[in-house]
Design a protein around this ligand. Structure first.
Ligand code: MN
Length: 251
């Protein structure tokens, strides 16, 4: 087994292990997700990277995010990023299977990797940072060290939400809003254009992602049309604060 192959297997296991495991879902939900993947998913090309399964059913985030948006967003948009990324890394000798390492090494000089590697990394994070309301193991609010850090940086959770929502709303065109932590755990809010992210050297905001919000039109247009602020307002109902706390604690 090559070291790339080993890293790839390890990475796949990590992606599956994060967030809410499929084992926690009912049979029907897993079946519903499987049926869609067989029938309408863009075929996955073999390669270093693969599309992670959604950790919940496509309709699990309704009424806040609708089923059709999730099907297209995950099965078409994210799959296309993965396929294009795999084509791009096939041209590179010894491309790292670790997506973070790949972005650090190539995002600055290779636009295909910047856009599609960014797309793969950002969406893999985004799916895990949402969860259906019934799967919450705690209140729909940050807790523990993350809650303390939010209060310390922004004054209150409400003030934080307002600032984060503004970062998403004010991002011109397509992009992402981010909550990131620096090495000392200090939090800050910012946004990136397109599929850039805070791991990339050219990003204005840098640090370890704790929350990520996709504000591309494809993330909300079917249900919310031009009303991006309404989508952002509804998104708070499906934020997976347990996963955000896990990212913040570095576990
Ligand atoms: Mn997207």
């Amino acid at each position: 087994m090559t070291s790339n192959r080993r890293d790839f297997l390890k990475k796949s296991a990590l992606l599956t292990a994060g967030g809410i495991g499929l084992s926690m879902l009912g049979r029907n939900m897993a079946h519903a997700a499987g049926t869609f993947e067989k029938e309408t998913k863009i075929p996955a090309a073999d390669g270093l990277y693969s599309l992670p399964s959604l950790p919940y059913a496509f309709d699990a985030l309704e009424p806040h995010i609708d089923r059709q948006t999730m099907e297209i967003h995950h099965g078409k948009h994210h799959q296309a990023y993965v396929n294009n990324l795999n084509k791009a890394v096939a041209e590179i000798k010894d491309a790292p299977a670790d997506i973070e390492l790949l972005l650090k090494k190539f995002a600055k000089t290779n636009n295909v990797i910047r856009n599609n590697g960014g797309g793969h990394y950002n969406h893999s994070l985004f799916w895990k940072l949402m969860r259906p309301a019934y799967a919450a193991s705690s209140a729909n609010a940050p807790s523990g060290k993350l809650a303390e850090a939010i209060t310390s940086a922004f004054g209150s959770v409400d003030a934080f939400k307002e600032k984060f929502a503004a970062a998403g709303k004010d991002r011109f065109g397509s992009g992402w809003a981010w909550l990131v932590a620096d090495k000392n755990g200090k939090l800050s809010i910012g946004s990136t254009p397109n599929q850039d992210n805070p791991l990339m050297e050219m990003s204005e905001i840098k640090g370890k992602p704790v929350l990520a919000l996709d504000v591309w039109e494809h993330a909300y247009y079917l249900k919310y049309q031009n009303k991006r602020p309404d989508y952002i307002g509804a998104w708070w109902s499906v934020v997976n604060w347990d996963e955000a706390a896990r990212l913040y604690d570095g576990k």
